[in-house]
Design a protein around this ligand. Structure first.
Ligand code: G3I
Length: 373
């Protein structure tokens, strides 16, 4: 071990010193001045490893499903905040920020809403009441909301999807500020796109009335890179900013299944939105890998996954307006990817099913550690 003399002294000092513990993601993010979040399932908070990992590693949480319509608004005249409140209590105990998800979406809506035919006026009343009740309930606690989620249609590039809120029958017919307040000098095509996303504008205005301090985000899938969908969102956000519609940010979900994403395009896209004066949050990151029947991924894919986490975090950190990086869950034990891919994909998150950090964890932490700004 040592031949004697000073070398023995140094050896003994080295073995006596505790191995430095690397900082958590949370400590690295605090140091870098960015939020690091995870989507949470409140029913798992009673599991010790789930709760301790979450509180140690993250400074922000978001309910994965707990305050979506079907959970929080189960009947026309009743609201159920029990799951959401559980998560909020946990977050406040552990001094974590809370994002809200989501006030308007075409999925996970209750049958009482989707199966009955309402008039535009009735739908507008229902939606206004929903937004104001939910945002009002969490006023001062939820600091940022995904007001509208996935309003653009992946099958028709750049176009809004058809939903009860937009055109089936849509709330726009109930009267809208955007349609009537179009600037006289705007072009016919600008006016027509304003009218088509007028319902989105209404939602932002209602949310702002319910909590003027909350940051209001538009959240979207598959718009992380420069493409027709992100172009359309960019045009909408620019128009909102020009007309004083209360929008503060854009959420890019970042569900990645292609192991060679175009990170330069992600970075350019983040940049153009922050130049508009809105924040960007990465809201739902995961990197799905092919898995065997036991849910295990190949080591080389875990390394590629780590590279992607590092590169996306670095891209965000390089733009001061990109202020949060959030993963969709944090342990492979509870990721949505498995059940939604018939268990052919998985292993998408920084912690494995036993809460052990994966290469993606170290990569993310290293990116945060070198990203002070
Ligand atoms: O609530 C029922 C429960 O009663 C039932 O026993 C169980 C049986 O499968 O299903 C439960 O519903 C599930 C629900 O999540 C609540 O956990 C649904 O099956 C399941 O399909 C649903 O999946 C959610 C999905 O949104 C719905 O599209 C995922 O957990 C959630 O991670 C996912 O999240 C979305 C974001 O909100 C928006 N962006 C995309 C992202 C991934 O799809």
């Amino acid at each position: 071990m040592c031949a004697g003399g000073w070398s023995c002294v140094f050896f003994l000092i080295a073995v006596a010193l505790p191995t430095p513990t690397p900082p958590s993601l949370r400590a690295a993010a605090d140091h870098a001045g960015i939020l690091i979040g995870a989507a949470v399932r409140p029913e798992q908070l009673s599991e010790a490893a789930y709760a301790s990992t979450l509180a140690r590693e993250f400074n922000m949480v978001e309910p994965e499903d707990a305050i979506k319509w079907e959970v929080v608004h189960p009947a026309a005249l009743s609201f159920d905040f029990s799951q959401g409140d559980k998560m909020v209590d946990f977050a406040m105990t552990h001094k974590m920020k809370i994002r809200g998800h989501t006030l308007v979406w075409h999925q996970q809506n209750p049958k009482w809403l989707t199966e009955k035919k309402y008039t535009s006026g009735e739908l507008a009343e229902i939606l206004e009441r929903h937004i104001k009740t939910v945002v009002g309930h969490y006023r001062g606690k939820i600091f940022a909301w995904d007001v509208v989620n996935e309003a653009f249609d992946e099958l028709q590039p750049g176009k809004l999807r058809s939903t009860i809120w937009r055109d089936q029958p849509g709330i726009v017919m109930a009267g809208n500020e955007a349609a009537s307040s179009s600037p006289a000098h705007s072009t016919p095509s600008a006016r027509s796109s304003q009218q088509s996303y007028a319902y989105i504008e209404r939602c932002f205005r209602w949310a702002h009335e319910a909590d003027p301090q909350a940051l209001l985000f538009y959240n979207e899938a598959e718009a992380e890179v420069m493409n027709p969908k992100s172009d359309a969102i960019y045009a909408m956000v620019r128009d909102f900013r020009q007309r004083g519609v209360p929008i503060d940010g854009v959420g890019f979900q970042m569900h990645i299944a292609n192991l060679h994403p175009d990170v330069a395009s992600v970075s350019a896209n983040i940049k153009r939105f922050t130049v508009l004066g809105v924040q960007v949050h990465i809201t739902e990151m995961d990197v799905a890998l092919p898995v065997d029947p036991n849910g295990n991924a190949r080591p080389e894919d875990l390394q590629l996954q780590a590279d992607i986490y590092r590169e996306i975090a670095t891209a965000c950190l390089s733009h001061p307006g990109c202020t949060a990086i959030q993963t969709w869950g944090f342990t492979d034990k509870y990721s949505w990817i498995g059940s939604h891919s018939k268990h052919t994909q998985g292993a998408a998150l920084p912690f494995d099913r036993d809460y052990r950090p994966k290469p993606a964890y170290a990569a993310l932490r290293n990116a945060l550690g070198s990203g002070r700004r």
